[in-house]
Design a protein around this ligand. Sequence first.
Ligand code: ADP
Ligand code: MG
Length: 728
Amino acid sequence: MSTLRFHAVKASLKRKPLKIKETKRQSEIFGSNVFNEVAMRQYLTSEGLNSVTEAVEKGSKIDRKIADHIATGMKEWAISKGVTHYTHWFQPLTGATAEKHDAFFETIGNGLAIEKFDGGQLVQQEPDASSFPNGGIRNTFEARGYTAWDPTSPAFIYDGTLCIPTVFVSYTGEALDYKTPLLRALHAVDKASVAICKYFDKNVKKVTASLGWEQEYFLIDRALATSRPDILLTGRTLFGHSPAKGQQLDDHYFGSIPTRAMSYMRDLEHQCMLLGIPVKTRHNEVAPNQFELAPIYEEANLAVDHNSLLMDIMQKIAKRHDFTVLMHEKPFVGVNGSGKHNNWSLSTNTGVNLLSPGKTPMSNLQFLTFFINTIIAVQTHEELLRAAIASASNDHRLGANEAPPAIISVFIGDQLTKVLNELESVTKGKLSPKEKTDLKLNVVGKIPEILRDNTDRNRTSPFAFTGNKFEFRAVGSTANCANPMTVLNSIVAKQLIDFKVEVDKLIDDKDMKKDDAIFNVLREYIKTSKAILFEGNGYSEAWEKEAKKRGLSNNKTTPEALKIKKAKSTIELFENLGVLNKVESEARYEIEIEEYILHVQIESRVSGDLARNHVVPTAVKYQNILIKNVMGLKSIYGDHYKDYAKEQLLLIEQISKHIEAINSLVTKMIDGRKIINKLEDLDKKADGYCHKIKPLYEDIRYHCDKLEIMIDDELWPLTKYRELLFTK
Ligand code: ADP
Ligand code: MG
């Protein structure tokens, strides 16, 4: 075995699970590192607390004087927990989280110092942001951006630092982060939903979008993971023959969690508890060494922050357990990839989940209204929703093996399909009293009962209704949920606005009663929703053909998928909703396409290096052993040597062929990159990387993987799939 691989395997075999001591109940420590209501009651006046509460609930501004008071309270609370520094914590468009720490400490002359943190420092900071992606926004204006406090997500202590969740914007006010448009989209869906809720209940004042994400990941021994240059640099394996045993036995799924992994999870969950991340579910996933972690759902903005924070914590905790977390959507070919299901619903300040059928026919009509409007929103904007989950890494997962396809469709189950069919057959225009009673009692009224027994779950659907929420399953495991959540909430907001216009028109022009008007519009919607509804196997080839007939998009690669983001219709949609202006939309497109290019470029370089510097030299070494062997046989058997060296000669020849193929492919790939790198046009560049470069390194992989199973295991330099996947 090559030295690096040998040491990695040896180290991994010696590992013991870390002992985790939990002395307190989870409920006792929950949120103890969060400046939550409990902490605020202790450190703020009631005026301060009310001001924060109103900002959270009504979006009202916090007065500067009160901000000073809140800052002081926050500082005292943090210092009482041994904190020395604070940071504005934000989510730039790199996908990771960013922070710049400043000490509370300040000198005041005469050799004296104090701890200081005022409203100004709480509310705004100017990080040197010139190296964050900005899609050209800041180049044309000021070279700086600033972060501004988001009081809707509470401050927390992480790694001894007080972290203040903030938005990140340019001096001219354009969003440079994920949070800003999300907050705007949540505001849009709130406003649009409240307007619809008023048809049913005048007391509704606020509608909140909720999100419950399910984070999938692989846990790989740290020594094994770092012995692979491709994992180290790209987060996935670029080479590697599938092992004799893969996941075909499905023996990992819901099996008992290996002890080392278990100890990691408990440690991780402990940290999550302190930070108020309500993690609840842990289990093995389908692939070996693959796991999932899911929380109790929360308000979407908070849930997004918590997921971003979680991804950071996961890596940090992994270090002390000698694990590497692979968050990548497809770290191993031939093995299930990882996703991050986004469970989404809307609920009112009166405590009603709008996507859950209620107790009365009228509340069920409200449920149907939101349910059907969501379906129509997805139908109208399916391509945009696909774009929201596009990334170089998710391209490997969408459509691969177990994953949802690149086609967006909605699954609602047999029973709700029946309900929609019955509603569709309702007479047009005003309903007779009898028709109405019938409808309310026999169709709408029965929804809760039928849903209770509705257990059929289609795991192949990218967007499925699961009883009281929609589950957007095509989101990638590395994604920042803000992106899909911004798009989903925006398109639903837009659809609800359009719906209201139609209903009001029937009420005003046709003198219809409110529920007649709603039934009429919904009935027309059901007719047009047929294209997006799909109950069958989403992974089948037949569906691809069928979807094409229905006119659904099937954008398999990121460059194709992203195009819709710069379409006039998209720019107008976001502009009208106040989510993104034209400059912001265009900048985002540019950033994402650029990120795609860089991603593929890095993979291509790593693949070339590995092939030339690791695989080919090893192949030559083994070939030399074979040649020596053949020469030895010749010296013993003279002219008859071929009778004894058939296999060796064949191997020598095959190895030569693979080496030759690898070398010519690598050369072609490098030459190709040189040409493509010179292209000015980003779209053409992305296209080149996608369709010219990527296929080349996939071909290189083919030859390297063939060599892996030919060459003496002792010599092979790259840690093998079986070692990466089956070490527990
Ligand atoms: P699975 O999809 O793995 O079977 P569940 O469907 O039980 O798991 O729940 C998955 C996630 O859905 C959890 O994070 C849960 O908190 C979340 N969830 C449940 N109800 C809602 C809701 N109303 N809105 C958003 N998320 C929800
Ligand atoms: Mg799920």
